[in-house]
Design a protein around this ligand. Structure first.
Ligand SMILES: Cc1cc2nc3c(=O)[nH]c(=O)nc-3n(C[C@H](O)[C@H](O)[C@H](O)COP(=O)(O)OP(=O)(O)OC[C@H]3O[C@@H](n4cnc5c(N)ncnc54)[C@H](O)[C@@H]3O)c2cc1C
Length: 416
């Protein structure tokens, strides 16, 4: 069994093969120089200097040897032969498997502007990136964060907690508007301003300027921001090049069916890189979050051993910024109708999205006033929900659907 990509999804797959009783050869190949680790702390506790890398390894350091998994670190896979289910490494070695899993994750997008390669301009994906950024924050800032998505917001929050002067530049009207829409984005804008972040929205970055390192960020319109470090956090792109070169179907991610099978027999994909058909939503989803990498990675091990069960968990993710803990479950589309329960001003509310048919598609809890379990149950049930009851905090989540609820997932696919 050949697993390409030593991240969370790959590491989960390799050890789950053993948990399923597979006793043949398992090779886990990653291009980073270290054993698989969790990335969420890189923008949170680790960036703030509160924990060490051993605290966020995916598995204990000795687990791979104990389970007989050949872990190859610092080893880029250069090519995939899908028909032979074989991968070629940089030194020419070819490893052939009965099945191959592609868990190659994503890489940060770059800003195509002058100065993007200046020292002090950082993209945050790896432990090495986090070490570079920590050193820059140790030097004191000021820091400019270009991009107000999850990672940009978390970096801004962690840097503020370290007392660094932070300016966050976002092209849209609010941070997180791209993923949550303007109304929920306005909540996050207020939180960051209250915590001392200088927020500049509706403006793009035109250039990074400096001599030996970045000294200024120039914005569209000519305004400049002095800085000693920049984090570019403008999204990620799936690492599909191996799959594409091998002729696999690729469409903003490696296309897989609900059982994580690519278009080539015996080749599978999971985690950030996979665009998987989701039976509950009736469309393909590519989810760039920890829980999906973890669960899909484990699921892929079963698929590699011939199990034919669809992966149908609800997407889930979390974010921590300052003292605000946020959880989100489901997947809403941009046109879905938003209802807010609770008081965003108190940093405790639930945002709920419904599709055109009135079915709940996603729920986001801030300060988790009610938890998300009941909402997840409603999403899975796929019943029509009355928007007024949904928005009335006196109606408990488990009673929102009421007796008049209609619908349900056709064929009850058993969403988890
Ligand atoms: C800073 C940061 C904070 C985050 N915080 C959160 C959070 O709070 N909540 C949340 O839900 N999610 C969070 N995420 C997202 C989460 O970490 C990812 O969804 C998860 O890491 C995806 O795991 P993966 O195994 O699919 O991909 P990756 O973690 O990207 O692992 C893929 C691995 O494959 C390697 N690779 C790629 N190509 C090759 C090749 N050809 N040969 C060998 N190796 C290769 C890569 O170098 C990498 O090591 C965060 C991510 C980052 C970067």
């Amino acid at each position: 069994m050949v697993v390409v990509g030593g991240g969370l999804a790959g590491a989960q797959a390799a050890l789950t093969l053993r948990a399923h009783g597979y006793d043949g050869r398992v090779v886990l190949i990653g291009d980073e120089p270290v054993a698989p680790y969790e990335r969420p702390p890189l923008s949170k506790e680790y960036l703030r200097g509160e924990i060490e890398p051993a605290a966020f390894a995916v598995h204990p350091a000795d687990a791979y040897a104990r389970e007989g998994v050949e872990l190859r670190t610092g080893t880029p896979v250069e090519a995939l032969d899908a028909r032979e289910r074989a991968v070629r490494l940089a030194d020419g070695e070819v490893i052939r498997g009965d099945a191959v899993l592609l868990a190659t994750g994503c890489r940060p997008r770059r800003l195509p502007v002058p100065g993007a390669d200046l020292p002090g301009v950082v993209h945050l994906r790896t432990l090495a990136d986090a070490d570079r950024l920590r050193a820059l924050l140790d030097a004191g800032g000021p820091l400019v964060v270009a991009g107000g998505g999850w990672i940009g917001c978390e970096v801004a929050a962690s840097a503020r907690r370290r007392g660094v002067d932070v300016t966050l530049v976002e092209r849209l009207g609010t941070p997180l508007e791209g993923v949550l829409g303007p109304e929920v984005g306005a909540f996050w804008a207020r939180v960051h301003r209250e915590e001392g972040v200088r927020l500049i929205t509706g403006t793009g970055v035109e250039a990074f300027e400096g001599h030996d390192g970045v000294e200024r960020v120039r914005l569209a319109g000519g305004r400049t921001l002095p800085c000693a470090a920049v984090v570019v956090a403008v999204g990620v792109t799936p690492r599909t090049e191996l799959a594409a070169a091998a002729g696999l179907a690729v469409d903003d991610g490696i296309a897989v069916d609900a059982c994580l099978r690519t278009s080539a027999p015996g080749v599978f994909a999971a985690g950030d890189v996979a665009r998987a058909w989701h039976p509950g939503y009736g469309r393909a989803l590519r989810v760039e979050h920890w829980a999906t990498a973890r669960h899909q990675g484990a699921w892929a091990a079963g698929a590699m051993l011939g199990r034919r069960e669809p992966y149908d968990r609800l997407p889930y993710f979390f974010s921590d910024q300052y003292d605000v803990a946020m959880e989100y479950t489901g997947a809403h589309a941009p046109d879905d109708r938003l209802t807010v329960r609770g008081a965003p001003g108190d940093r405790a509310f639930t945002a709920l999205w419904q599709d055109a048919g009135g079915r709940l598609t996603a729920a986001m809890g801030v300060g988790a006033p009610e938890g998300l379990d009941d909402w997840a149950t409603l999403i899975r049930a796929a019943v029509t929900v009355d928007a007024e009851r949904l928005g009335d905090p006196r109606v408990p989540p488990e009673e929102v659907a009421g007796a008049g609820a209609t619908g349900g997932v056709p064929g009850a696919c058993g969403l988890r």
